[in-house]
Structures are given as structure tokens and as C-alpha cells.
Design a protein around this ligand. Structure first.
Ligand code: FES
Length: 157
């Protein structure tokens, strides 16, 4: 896939820039757009974002590597984030992580060989009241059980 935004996507970049006193602050939504389009933030993608945002590559790299939501390598079609921070840990978050890890043979920040699923252990995602919680792609699942996770993942194949 060519690393290039469409004219509609360029318009969206401009819209993001207009939302901030300093256009460079739009780097986060633009990186998110790039990740959604290209799948992950390769060096080529980050260099492309650097060029269209008129920012040094080092700045783009710094933002992309600071936030875990930006993938620096290919991840799965189903990306599962499991919170093991305090509230979730006390309600079985680590058991959930271990279950998924063993079932699919992948560890933290790893992707299955076929690219179908990836797993990430994450810090608090602000849904402590619904602990234990996980996220699959951009959807949150709260008060989740291992049995429910297995059913959800099976339904998302
Ligand atoms: S501790 Fe898991 S969402 Fe806050």
C-alpha cells in the first residue's frame, strides 16, 4: 500500500490542525489516522506524517514511542488489551491476561503468526468501576469473565 493520504484525509488533517492554537498539537489525531489507515506506524509512515505535519521526524517518533496506543510493529486484526492495574488485578485481570496468553500462545505486545490476534498488558484505562476490563480494538468490555472473553473473541473472528 502506498503511504499517502487521500484528499479527504488531507482535509481532515487540516481540520485537526485548526482545532489547536498550535497546528503541531494535531500530531496525535493525525498519527491515529495514519495507524488506522496503514495498520501500524512504520518508520516510513512516521516520516510521511512528519512531512505533512511539517515537523521533525524526531518529534513524531517521540510522540509515537511515548504512547502505547501507537503500534510500532504490526499487530493483530483483533488487538486485545488487558488491564492488570490495581482494580482489575484485584478482580482477576492477571488471570485473564494469562488465559489469553496461553490460549493463543502470545505474550505481552506479541502478535500471532497469522496476524489474527495480538495481546497487550496495559495500565489503567480509566474503567476501574467496571473491573476487570479489557479492550478489543476500540471497544471496552467491563465486568468481564474468561468465559465471556472466549465467546466475544470467537464471535470476532
Ligand atoms: S485498574 Fe483497570 S481500568 Fe482502572
Amino acid at each position: 500500500m502506498d503511504i499517502v493520504f487521500t484528499s479527504e484525509e488531507f482535509a481532515e488533517v487540516e481540520r485537526f490542525k485548526s482545532l489547536y492554537p498550535q497546528p503541531k498539537a494535531a500530531i496525535m489525531p493525525v498519527l491515529w489516522m495514519a495507524q488506522k489507515k496503514f495498520g501500524w506506524l512504520s518508520e516510513d509512515v512516521m516520516r510521511y506524517v512528519s512531512s505533512i505535519m511539517n515537523l521533525p521526524y524526531s518529534h513524531v517518533l517521540g510522540v509515537a514511542t511515548f504512547y502505547t496506543m501507537y503500534f510500532k510493529k504490526p499487530m493483530g486484526h483483533r488487538h486485545v488489551q488487558v488491564c492488570t492495574n490495581v482494580s482489575c488485578m484485584l478482580r482477576g485481570g492477571e488471570d485473564i491476561f494469562n488465559h489469553i496468553s496461553e490460549k493463543y500462545g502470545i505474550g505481552h505486545n506479541e502478535c500471532a503468526a497469522d496476524g489474527d490476534i495480538s495481546l497487550e498488558e496495559v495500565e489503567c484505562m480509566g474503567a476501574c468501576g467496571g473491573a476487570p476490563m479489557i479492550a478489543i480494538n476500540e471497544d471496552f468490555y467491563e465486568n468481564i469473565t474468561i468465559e465471556q472473553i472466549d465467546a466475544i473473541l470467537a464471535g470476532l473472528k
